[in-house]
Design a protein around this ligand. Structure first.
Ligand SMILES: *Cc1c(COP(=O)(O)O)cnc(C)c1O
Length: 421
């Protein structure tokens, strides 16, 4: 339990009265997190999936210090600089063709807000007054700010506010996993088509987490669903938004989840691993088609948004270095090796308590039948030198990509041993 004198700090997603004391970190380096009682834990979560290089990477540290000695931050209103310009260019270069204009903000949630505002104003600038609603998927998660709570669908997170949410429709989420059959995909996508056929005149955008609905319960689905969604959105003049805050930068086995498809969204949001796990930042990247609706001689067509810390120089310098390491060190090969190991080992864990095991890229999920069978797991794991933090019915690992085969074996052993108790 958290001591009364420590109540000055309010922790996330927690009942402060009953929660356990958090582990106190002294330092973290590479795959290791050193906690106060002397233990070193192998990190199986990459700090909510953002620390893709592990911790305190020498090159990222150096990039940060070098930039800091020049300056850490200047406002992007009226001023600009190399790190932000170069990062925008780099993101345009590595994302699919057509995604050409990068708007930076300070967190994934705000990046999603920016995308939703862009979608609604896109239609407003084109003279549509009523295309203001959003369609999302059941079980989606897009952040914790007001509009992102609304387009997401997670009563366990956001139930207290559900009466406020009236401008988003949620359709049934796709089923059948990554390898869903064509019939399965058609059955699921028919729900989007039926819906838009009737309501498209009031809908601005369809937003999804491509391939993996992460925080809402790790639902995996087919790239074909995304390709069909692209066709249907085009047919009904609705923008398609991919929230790749979680799936971006290798998490699904390719650089972006959208690289599993032959299409591109109208807007994509990147966050989490964008800065190699160092600082909060997001990039909302719009297609030329979207950008052109704002690009005119009229001041009122401009996009009116500007977070204080957008394009922070320190963050952008680290983000650029992160991508350089990613490419130079062939991270996609490392990712493929970890995926293979996850498939070989995690897929073989058997227990009556397990409902399903799902693996894609460096995302390995064991879904149990009842959440109570994961109670006490975090302590079990930390006693065995591993940091993992299950939620609801999901015991998952999304480690840094620098994990060696031995380190992955250690993490998976702990997951396996839990089911042998
Ligand atoms: C984490 C997450 C967000 C929110 O990002 P923050 O940086 O926590 O605001 C949005 N969308 C998805 C898919 C996420 O996983």
């Amino acid at each position: 339990m958290v001591k009364m004198e420590d109540m000055s700090l309010w922790y996330p997603y927690a009942q402060m009265k009953t929660k356990d004391e958090n582990l106190h970190v002294e330092w973290a380096k590479g795959m290791k997190i050193k906690v106060k009682d002397g233990k070193e834990l192998l990190d199986g979560v990459a700090s909510w999936w953002c620390a893709c290089h592990g911790y305190s990477n020498d090159e990222l540290n150096k990039a940060a210090v070098e930039q800091m000695e020049k300056f850490s931050h200047v406002m992007l209103g009226g001023l600009t600089h190399d790190p932000v310009k170069n990062l925008a260019k780099k993101l345009v270069e590595i994302t699919p063709e057509g995604l050409n204009h990068v708007f930076f903000s300070d967190s994934g949630s705000v990046g999603v807000e920016v995308a939703l505002k862009m979608a609604i104003q896109y239609f407003s600038n084109k003279g549509y007054e009523n295309k203001i609603k959003i369609v999302g998927l059941k079980g989606g998660y897009h952040g914790d700010t007001f509009k992102t709570m609304e387009v997401g669908d997670d009563p366990a997170y956001h139930g207290a506010f559900s009466n406020l949410f009236r401008d988003t429709y949620h359709i049934d989420r796709p089923t059948g996993g990554y390898d869903a059959s064509e019939e399965n995909v058609e059955r699921d996508i028919a729900k989007l088509e039926e819906f838009l056929k009737e309501k498209h005149s009031e809908v601005a955008a369809f937003i999804v987490e491509p391939l993996i609905q992460a925080a809402g319960g790790f639902n995996f689905y087919s790239p074909k669903y995304l390709e069909r969604a692209r066709e249907i959105c085009d047919k009904y003049d609705v923008l398609l938004i991919f929230d790749e805050v979680a799936t971006g930068f290798g998490r699904t086995g390719k650089l972006f989840a959208m690289n599993h498809t032959n299409i591109a969204p109208d807007i994509v949001i990147l966050g989490k691993a964008l800065t190699g796990g160092y600082l909060g930042h997001a990039a909302t990247i719009a297609s030329t088609k979207v950008f052109e609706a704002f690009y005119s001689d009229k001041g009122r067509d401009a996009f009116m948004h500007g977070p204080t810390y957008m394009g922070n120089a320190l963050t952008c310098a680290i983000g650029l270095k992160s991508m350089e390491i990613f490419e130079r060190e062939n991270y996609l090969e490392k990712i493929a090796a970890i995926e293979k190991q996850l498939r070989r080992r995690l897929g073989n864990i058997k227990s009556d308590k397990i409902k399903d095991v799902r693996i894609l890229g460096v995302t390995g999920v064991i879904e149990v039948k009842e959440s109570k069978s994961l109670k006490g797991f975090a302590k079990f794991a930390s006693d065995r030198g591993v940091w993992l933090r299950p939620f609801y019915r999901h015991l998952y690992t999304m480690p840094p990509y620098i994990a060696t085969e031995e380190e992955m074996d250690h993490i998976i052993d702990v997951m396996e041993d839990w089911f042998k108790l």
